[in-house]
Write a protein that binds this ligand. Sequence first.
Ligand code: FES
Length: 161
Amino acid sequence: MEFKFTPENIERINKEIQKYPEKKAAVMAALYIAQEQNGFISTDVMKEIATLLDITAEDVLGVVTFYTMYHQKQMGKFHIQVCTNVSCMLRGGYDILKQIKDKIGIDDMGVTDDGLFSIEEVECMGSCGTAPMIAVNEDYYENLTKEKVEELLKSLSQTHS
Ligand code: FES
């Protein structure tokens, strides 16, 4: 499906472009804004960004595939990222990952049928001192226990209903 940035987002991207000597340096910011608008980075999104920044769609794809925060398919309304890097792993990160997978019934990078949840196992999110932790969209939840995770999933489901 064809993708066009909203006029407001074009303005945001233009502001980013002005920060750098070369347009292409704004690619990460443009991808961030695109994901916010579209939910994920489709082929058409990449083409549009390439046109705006005078680079090729392959250049954009290279960035999309390098960084895990960009998704090439629609993720859930609540995208849950579970850190299983060293600090989190030592403090039960894998137990939390399993707990969430079992509870919502999907595997890594899966999306629930109702589109509410998706899950992704990720590397360190820089919050090792408060391990184990997860992120739901942009929000961090730290010093987690099984009970806290249970409570969080319940409240996210309720927010939606
Ligand atoms: S190891 Fe999990 S946030 Fe750093």
